[in-house]
Design a protein around this ligand. Structure first.
Ligand code: NAD
Ligand code: TYD
Length: 353
């Protein structure tokens, strides 16, 4: 069996569902259930003995030690993290706690588990550390996309905490020979994403008749990848990646934020007519230190492991909007409590146009 951390969050839950859709190999899911963790994401697995949920923190040494000793996974995929840049600006401490100290602790426990394995088990053991393209910093309009050789230059507390974790992962390969593989992926979107991130936030606000808050002038660029394609890439790295290597993953889909929001409005008009969604677009105060552009060169994973995305940005976005339209109960369930407090803090009434 394999163990994933953070499997009740957006990408982790999609990974767990895809994994069990593709194979019968059981999966242990260790998650702290922060505001971003939601077992409703995995509701369809109720009663499925192949999914074992462990409620806990990756930084809890005793709990992780016990989970490893009990389940003896052949691999670990580390999704657990605080993942939202704006939250890291308002309060960086949990990002350091989970992304840096938590990852360190998980690596330590994994090292101790790995050291005690038989040589044949060690040979096939893998630890996949899931990271982000944000560790590379910001690109100018004509710069080449990030490659695995691009120097780290993280700009937000989130990016810095993930960069620190990546460095620890690297050090555990070089110092202890732990078979870690690191993936650095661009912005994901798709079903089950918490509506604090650009795409689900815009879908949620559009349907609720609220403002669509575009930061600054909306010209910042991100590369977008459908979450199912990211999950397939991680499975590929787990199966065929070379231990110690890093792999950049991206969708070859660079878009300005305002383009993304306009495209979403067009799709919504087709699928749920009756409202002039684009008229809800509102330009608001920019994010402090807002990175201008991210772009990924995914040539290495394509060449070496034969992975490439299946969804185009337009097809993936249409699938995503359809999912949110069909899952209004899910959306209603997560748009309460902490989320409401967060939107009050992050979006004070301050439209600039
Ligand atoms: P998410 O915020 O939706 O989910 C994070 C999950 O981790 C939640 O279920 C949460 O409960 C859990 N968690 C948080 N702290 C924990 C802890 N201390 N112990 C155990 N569980 C904990 O995040 P996501 O968008 O699914 O991202 C997953 C991973 O992928 C993260 O490592 C993130 O940095 C990386 N990533 C995300 C994107 C993206 O666009 N979302 C892109 C590239 C990489
Ligand atoms: P986000 O989804 O938070 O991902 P990241 O910051 O990790 O790239 O934001 C994506 C882009 O959208 C980013 O340039 C910030 C911008 N953005 C807005 O313009 N308005 C919003 O309300 C949010 C959440 C993001």
């Amino acid at each position: 069996m394999i163990l994933v951390t953070g499997g009740a969050g957006f990408i982790g839950a999609n990974f767990v569902l895809d994994w069990l859709g593709e194979s019968d190999e059981p999966i242990v899911n260790l998650d702290k259930l922060t505001y971003a963790g939601n077992l409703a994401n995995l509701g369809q697995l109720k009663g499925d003995a192949r999914h074992i949920f462990v409620h806990g923190d990756i930084g809890d040494r005793a709990l992780v030690e016990k989970a490893l000793a009990t389940h003896r996974p052949r691999a670990i995929v580390n999704f657990a993290a605080e993942s939202h840049v704006d939250r890291s600006i308002h309060g960086p401490a949990p990002f350091i706690e989970t992304n840096v100290v938590g990852t360190f602790s998980l690596l330590e426990q994994t090292r101790s588990f790995y050291t005690a394995l038989a040589p044949s088990e060690q040979a096939s053991f893998r630890f996949v550390h899931v990271s982000t393209d944000e560790v590379y910093g910001s690109l100018g309009p004509d710069d080449r996309p990030f490659s695995e050789a691009t120097a780290y230059a993280p700009n937000s507390p989130y990016a810095a905490s993930k960069a620190a974790a990546d460095h620890l992962a690297r050090a555990y390969v070089h110092t202890y020979g732990l078979p870690v593989l690191t993936t650095n992926c661009s912005n994901n979107y798709g079903p089950r994403q918490f509506p604090e991130k650009l795409i689900p936030l815009m879908i949620h606000n559009a349907l609720a008749g609220k403002a669509l808050p575009v930061y600054g002038d909306g010209s910042n660029v991100r590369d977008w990848l459908y979450v199912g394609d990211h999950c397939a890439a991680i499975r590929t790295v787990l199966e065929r990646g070379r231990p110690g290597e890093t792999y950049n993953i991206g969708g070859k889909a660079e878009r300005t934020n305002v383009d993304v929001v306009r495209t979403l409005c067009r799709i919504l008009t087709e699928l749920k007519p009756g409202r002039d969604y684009a008229s809800q677009i509102t330009f608001v105060r920019d994010r402090p230190g807002h990175d201008r552009r991210y772009a990924i060169d995914a040539g290495k994973i394509t060449r070496e492991l034969a992975w490439k995305p299946r969804e185009s940005f337009e097809s993936g976005l249409a699938r995503t909007v359809r999912w949110y339209l069909e899952n209004t109960t899910w959306l209603a369930g997560v748009t309460s409590g902490d989320y409401l407090k967060w939107t009050e803090l992050n979006y004070p009434v301050e439209a600039t146009s």
